[in-house]
Design a protein around this ligand. Sequence first.
Ligand code: GCU
Length: 698
Amino acid sequence: PPEAFRAVGSRRVLVLGEGLLVDTVREEATRACARHGGGVRHRPPGGNGTADEPFDLVLALSTAEAPAVVTAVRDEFRRTSGQDAIGDEGFVLAHRDGVTVVLADEPAGLLYGFFHVVRLGETAFDAARPAEHHRPAMRRRMLNHWDNVDVHPVMGQVERGYAGGSIFWKDGALREDLTRVRAYGRLLAACGVNALSVNNVNVHRTEAHLLTDRLGDVAAIADELRPYGIRVHLSVNFASPVILGGLPTADPLDERVRQWWARATERVYQTIPDFGGYVVKADSEGQPGPFAYGRDHADGANMLADALAPYGGVVHWRAFVYNHRQDWRDRSTDRARAAYDHFAPLDGRFRDNAIVQVKYGPMDFQVREPVSPVIAAMPATRLAVEFQVTQEYTGQQRHVCYLAPMWSQVLGFRPFGADGPSVADIATDADTGGAAERAVRTAADGGAHAGGGLVAVSNVGDDRFWTGHPLAQANLYAFGRLAWDPRLDPVAVLDEWIDLTFVPSATADPERLRRTLHAMMDESWLTYERYTAPLGVGFMVRPGHHYGPDVDGYEYTPWGTYHFADRDGVGVDRTRATGTGFTGQYPKPWSDVYESLAECPDELLLFFHHVPYGHVLRNGSTVIQHIYDTHFEGVEQVAEIRRLWEKLDRELVSPEVHARVSELLDEQLRCAEEWRDQINTYFFRKSGVPDARGRRIY
Ligand code: GCU
């Protein structure tokens, strides 16, 4: 809300430098000051400036002619850091002689510095605050939109979208009014996102044309987002040379095909000079790919990388490849193994501008999965890690489920053990780590390489609250913040979001709102886990739309997502000793930890092992009793969340937000009860073991 800009807007601001993004900073500051009584100047004061220039905040490019306070901050930064460069998107925030200074080498840094000051509010102007230097850990912080131009007969307009229609497309065409796209760019810049793909990874007929005759639509979106430092990417269909070019083949090694892509890409860059690149889902869930021509994923990705290279573009080639036509009777095929089996052998074969985009887990965005072993298996490849902000398997934006704690856990996971790099280190492509961190990374990688950044599927649509559930906005915000700095504490990030989103009236008690939202959201991911599929086993959702429980919904289907529950036990044996051997895809120590029934973490037990219902967990409970306990507990927690919201003073949030959240909490409670009862009943009927506490099971 405009109120969040009060601290900046009530001050005397000077913005110095040239460039589109510097203009954006000026506009932002002007807008804030017009509202809150401050003022903005665009030109340096005469002469070299003096210490008593009448400014409270100076935002300056390091190349700009600037008053003495700015040069003093720059010199101080160089002296204390020993560095010359603040970094492409980085900025320094410091205080000097009563003036707050934001200094950046590039316009993008100034924009991020501006939003940092907004985020800090009054505290940004505290002269006692030590100087700060910020740079993003990930060079590319990207959202993928799974938006279709046409409404797809099964998937609707936004595949796995829970916030209404697309903000880009309507009735088979680009929206006429793109105001909202501009506002989206602003939102994303404020949390640090700098890249976005505009269409679904499943590229249907109409959408394939965005690459050629409908490229103008993409250019129009790029125009709206450019002032906020966001580059546009496009999902392309691997068979485009056939579908659009009339060629008889899309073989990546065929010269005609290569030339077709080179020409198509040249036209893209003529139209959108700062175009980011392509996103490709190939040979996955029915999408075309190189396999049809006897080629592999490196052949496919490299062909597109070569077409993009002259312009500095990148291809994001997705590793989500598995057999979705598996026979459920076939116990030798394990979907969890697929990405590694396809991609690990190709390590070292991908071009520098080909980024292999890996989902964080080996299956599919479940509430609990181990970290994908692919992330540790391709030291000579640029890897990007993919999250799902849209809550396909985590409550579909009808349930409160703050996902940042899960992402933070994934980013902090160390696949080679405590002394090795974290997932965030592997995905990091900017040289931001300290020397020690880099040395560790280099050792474990067997060579220095750049990572591919962070990517997530967006949760935004044309819904009035952007994300369906108003509290789901926190996930979007947190994704951007963690991509900027993976070490941030998710609870602190939530705090930032609360402060920026709900600026209560002077009479209301903001602490109360903060406490309530933390109580509702901090642990909501774990709450969701408790009332849904237990102990890492995953799925158990209604087939197709994936909302609500259906324990055997996928058990006899071709999708490779099974739990193997019988009267004696449940879980998937993925050990080397007796199972599918998936544990062997991890380096030590995890290959041994996951293999061992005694050492495997409880929360992943059923992902790695098939165990009897009486198996005693490390937490002392049996598997069956744990299932009952967590399901009763999960529902109680949802009831508590709902109670907290109902108790909240009405003036702390708008009536519209209050009503929407209340309505959704009713649904969350209903759905959680349904999960509890179906899961508990199913396992009681299978096992015959009663609940030790005699609670009601059907
Ligand atoms: C999931 C999702 C699909 C999506 C796919 C992907 O399987 O259900 O809708 O297309 O992931 O990531 O490509």
